[in-house]
Design a protein around this ligand. Structure first.
Ligand code: ATP
Ligand code: MG
Length: 577
């Protein structure tokens, strides 16, 4: 490829709406252009990178025996109405009508579609297990489309769906997909962790998220450096700190606490440790109001509470709702005398003589003891784990990291097959529901995640496997003899199966170097002044040193190119090339 023929409009200026480094660099580097909020075009360079990512994903899927197919983006509403997700998916779902007023969605995901597609023909246990995947455009009308390709409204996903006759078989495919995802990350040099994840609205029993580390990421994850435990904050667990309070129960007292609402204010006002206070919070869900309690120094994790109650509609009640129902302001809500199901975090269990809201404005109870003063219906782990909490596996301190979710694997079980009456005939002749798994990978998001991990102040530093070109030959003076060498090297490198571009543009060498760095090509070969000594200069994108190599020995030269490309890792400086 010759650069003079390439459409790669690079920009010097930072686009005014670039809210993250990858969005800036992918636009400046001429990879993508925004068309509307969360909707992008891929220019030739962007398309090349996307194709390379897609190819890696495809190869790893095929390696597990998954079969590629392609489903429609536009899906009839009926199938979504059967599972209830036409409503449940909420405003994220893009909906449209045809000329006859029939409703459709631009698919945000394809569980309904794949299940209805196969259910009448995938009938025998002998045909199972089977795993299908597609690489296709998805639509989600995200509340906040932002961060360029990271959170788009139109984006490319690889989604796979597996069908089984047993949970053992599902476990095996789940493991195969997990391993495939690990290999995908490794092939792109991504620094990542597979974390235990909440299954959220998709449901099912088990899930892992593949998270690429990045300060700019939207996922909060807790990791243990000691044993490798890793989980999203929504799901993370920790050891209980063994708080021992050796006291006899004291008489319950209602005390006046005017204008004191928060744990912070209360602990100052009564001069007590926050751990002697218990917060009571009112949530509202499908079955009405519930009270959740937790020790004063900790926070409630709504995702855990949702999953404990199996109610994704659960949310914190507003001040107004609480007042209407309990005639008490939020800051004074408490469990004594309350008419609601009470779920307490495990941290409440060992406490004695603690403080709670008075269920009466401007009052709190002190010396509260559950069992004696009120009844806790059930204990659950509903605690938000934070940095410094103890690893649930080994007790070591957990660290909090930020990351970008690039993929997720789920065990769905029979959730969709039951709703869609999707059955097969088992060896005993009985109709049974398919047991299913689903596995999503954000293909376009990966492009941005990689750039988030690998860039410097000059531009992108692509991993070799998905770089738009592996080698750029920069001819300093295109008017002179250097050009001839440039062409020769280009053909030689190309013949060796390496993706190479020759920068033959009539612009200054400085301009070319800047573009090559911005675009992030791993290896640069400069045909310049040193050609007078019969040499070209080889330089890796993430190194400041260059190596002079004689051009008369072509075998040696090509070996050197290959060796450097092998050595190259976008994350690490290769100092002494
Ligand atoms: P998130 O929590 O980031 O919204 P999700 O849990 O909704 O992600 P899935 O439904 O599991 O995502 O989709 C599979 C993959 O598709 C994700 O792991 C992610 O890589 C990608 N993806 C999801 N939403 C978007 C989006 N709005 N833009 C780009 N990629 C996305
Ligand atoms: Mg989402």
């Amino acid at each position: 490829m010759y650069w003079s023929k390439l459409y790669a409009p690079t920009l010097k200026e930072v686009p005014s709406d670039a809210d993250i480094k990858s969005a800036e660099l992918l636009v400046r580097g001429g990879f993508i252009r925004k068309s509307a909020s969360g909707i992008f075009s891929y220019l030739p360079l962007g398309t090349k990178v996307l194709q390379k990512i897609t190819q890696i994903v495809r190869e790893e899927m095929n390696r597990t025996g998954a079969q590629e197919l392609l489903m429609p983006i536009m899906q009839p509403a009926e199938i979504w109405k059967i599972t209830g997700r036409w409503e449940d998916y909420g405003p994220e779902m893009m909906k449209l009508k045809d000329r006859n007023d029939r409703e459709f969605t631009l698919g945000p995901t394809h569980e309904e579609m794949i299940t209805t597609l196969v259910k009448d023909e995938l009938r025998s246990y002998k045909q199972l297990p089977v795993n299908f995947y597609q690489i296709n455009t998805k639509y989600r009308d995200e509340i906040r489309p932002r961060f360029g390709l990271l959170r788009g409204r139109e984006f490319i996903m690889k989604d796979a769906y597996s069908f089984h006759t047993s949970y053992e078989s599902l476990d095996k495919t789940y493991k195969d997909m997990y391993d495939a995802y690990s290999r995908i990350c490794e092939r792109m040099d991504l620094k990542y962790v597979a974390v235990e994840a909440d299954t959220g609205a998709i449901g099912g029993s088990n899930s892992h998220e593949f998270t690429a580390f990045a300060e700019s990421g939207e996922s909060d994850i807790l990791v243990c450096d000691n044993c490798g435990y890793a989980a999203t904050q929504e799901k993370a667990e920790c050891l209980e700190d063994d708080l021992k309070i050796d006291e006899d129960q004291k008489p319950l007292k209602l005390v006046e606490t005017p204008n004191v609402r928060t744990v912070e204010e209360l602990s100052k006002f009564l001069n007590v440790d926050k751990r002697r206070i218990v917060k009571s919070m009112i949530f509202v869900g499908r079955n009405g109001y519930i009270m959740a309690m937790i020790r004063g120094d900790l926070e409630i994790n709504t995702a855990k509470l949702k999953s404990y109650l199996g109610d994704q509609t659960l949310r914190l009640a507003t001040g107004e709702e609480v007042y209407q129902k309990f005639s008490t302001q939020i800051g004074y809500i408490g469990p004594i005398g309350v008419n609601a199901r009470i779920i307490a975090d495990r941290s409440v269990k060992p406490l004695v003589n603690y403080i709670v809201g008075g269920l009466k404005n401007e009052y709190h109870y002190v010396n509260v003891n559950h069992g004696r003063d009120f009844k806790i219906n059930e204990y659950a782990d509903i605690r938000m784990v934070v940095e410094g909490d103890k690893c649930p596996k080994c007790g070591h301190e957990l660290k909090m990291k930020k990351g970008i979710e690039v993929g997720q694997v789920f065990k769905l079980g029979t959730k969709y097959s039951e709703k869609l009456s999707a059955t097969y005939v088992d060896s005993d002749g009985n109709e049974k529901y398919y047991i299913m798994g689903c596995y999503g990978w954000g293909v376009s998001r990966t492009m941005a995640a990689v750039v988030e991990q690998f860039h410097d102040d000059r531009g992108i530093i692509w991993p070799r496997s998905i770089a738009p070109f592996e080698v750029v030959i920069t001819v300093v003076n295109v008017a002179g003899d250097q050009m001839k060498i440039g062409y020769e090297l280009h053909d030689l490198i190309e013949k060796n199966g390496i993706d190479v571009i020759l920068d033959d543009r009539e612009v200054s060498a400085g301009f070319k170097f800047k573009d090559a760095d911005l675009i992030g090509i791993p290896l640069r070969i400069t045909c310049g002044k040193s050609l007078e000594n019969g040499e070209v200069e080889l330089k890796l994108r993430n190194s400041d040193k260059s190596l002079k190599v004689k051009i008369d020995d072509k075998d040696y030269l090509i070996e050197k190119v290959k060796e450097l490309l092998e050595l190259y890792k976008p994350g690490d400086q290769v100092g002494n090339i």
